[in-house]
Design a protein around this ligand. Structure first.
Ligand SMILES: [Fe+2]
Length: 406
């Protein structure tokens, strides 16, 4: 049922059917989405959107017994539930919860890597994928992503070349869930794409290690063998009891390209399901930002720029824009140079993708560290991000500075 309510009556779990404004004026990637965070409600109120339509078949309703009364009451008298003033007073400090979340996220990520390493070893020995191992791990990651995706997204920049396949699998899972969340997709769907991300390269268990880990360029014959992993991923997962179609699509189609130049089937445009189109973007983003034996990972903002220029050939261009909305122009844990020549690390994104929340910790002129301080750049008139900086050039591990401002 579609119900019109005041934006002040919004609650987590409600499904937005229509906002009383145009797509260009509201800050969301989609017109229809489920409210997953209180910050979504803040954004609606801050955008001065007074009325919204909710779909009660897809999300929570307002309390039935008070519905008609509540609607008229809130017209005259703001509900104590959520308005600008109460949000200011009652919302706990974001940085505190993010620090705790980041700590939890580290152990969630470690567990997920252990799980996919065990699953891949089992499959190598000819065993089936055990969904009992997959589901709890994805549940934990989904919980963290739904609460605040910045914590796990920030950790996706930590790389160890030896465990690339496991880290890549966990990263794809986290990125897929964050992407699905930004697109307002339902919770069950977010879980499904998380499973798909974690298992998408399971077919690589059958790729000969000398090809999988080859430092140089692959020959045509070796590349042919390497490309086989998507077919193997599909075959392995088709035999997995309890697997869902979205996860299968991610595994089977994550190397297809929008213009038909991908593999294994050269599918193009709408022949590739939306979930698979999302996975193509996520897979390339993670691969290009990672250090491999044959290339150094590039900085996320450089990769995003390149990916924008490929939109329409490799990727669905609309989805590339939505992905940037998800990870940010300066994704969490990116080093940035500020207009006052200080260096900072991105802690999390806010409504203004060009002005994230950052931890400032270094004077680039003197090369001296300064007392780390957390600053929301969207609230600063004078201070701006000039560009992203390379961790390698500065020989800095950004993770070390993320929580030092507390
Ligand atoms: Fe792959």
């Amino acid at each position: 049922m579609i119900r019109t309510i005041s934006s002040k009556q919004l609650k987590l779990g409600m499904f937005i059917h229509k906002l009383d404004t145009t797509w260009l004026k509201h800050p969301f990637a989609l017109n229809q989405f489920k409210i997953a965070e209180t910050s979504d409600i803040k954004k609606i109120i801050s955008a001065d959107i007074k009325k919204v339509q909710i779909d009660t078949n897809k999300g929570l309703d307002i309390p039935q017994e008070k519905s008609s009364e509540a609607t008229s009451k809130t017209e005259k008298q703001p509900s104590p539930a959520i308005n600008k003033k109460t949000l200011k007073k009652k919302t706990p400090p974001v940085r505190k919860s993010l620090t705790k979340l980041r700590k939890d996220a580290k152990s969630i990520k470690d567990h997920a890597e252990e799980a996919i390493s065990t699953i891949m070893a089992d499959v190598k020995l000819g065993q089936q994928v055990e969904m009992e191992l997959v589901t709890p791990v994805v549940d934990k990651m989904a919980e963290s992503v739904l609460e605040n995706s910045n914590a796990l997204l920030g950790l996706s920049r930590i790389r160890t070349m030896d465990t690339y396949t496991f880290e890549h699998s966990v990263n794809i899972s986290v990125l897929m869930m964050s992407f699905a969340k930004t697109r307002g997709m339902p919770t069950e769907f977010i879980h499904d794409v998380g499973v798909g991300g974690l298992l998408h390269d399971i077919g690589k268990t059958l790729t000969p290690p000398e090809i999988l880990n080859k430092a140089g360029k692959l020959t045509d014959d070796e590349f042919k063998i390497m490309r086989r992993h998507v077919v193997d991923s599909r075959l392995i997962l088709e035999k997995t009891p309890g697997i869902n179609q979205n996860a299968l699509d991610v595994a089977a189609l994550h190397h297809e390209k929008f213009d038909g130049s991908g593999y294994p089937d050269g599918k193009k445009g709408d022949e590739i399901s939306i979930v698979a189109q999302m996975s193509v973007i996520v897979d390339v983003y993670d691969a290009l930002t990672a250090d491999r034996c044959y290339h150094k990972g590039q900085d996320p903002s450089v990769v995003l720029k390149r990916m924008l220029s490929w939109g329409g050939s490799h990727f669905n261009p609309q989805l590339v824009h939505e992905f940037i909305h998800c990870v940010g122009i300066y994704p969490p844990a990116t080093l940035v140079m500020l207009s006052n020549k200080h260096i900072a690390v991105v802690a999390e994104n806010n409504d203004n993708l060009l002005a994230p929340n950052v931890v400032i910790f270094l004077n680039s002129k003197t090369r001296e560290t300064i007392k780390p301080v957390l600053v929301n750049l969207s609230k600063q008139q004078e201070l701006k991000v000039i560009r992203s900086e390379s961790d390698q050039n500065w020989q800095i591990d950004p993770q070390k500075f993320l929580d030092l401002s507390l």
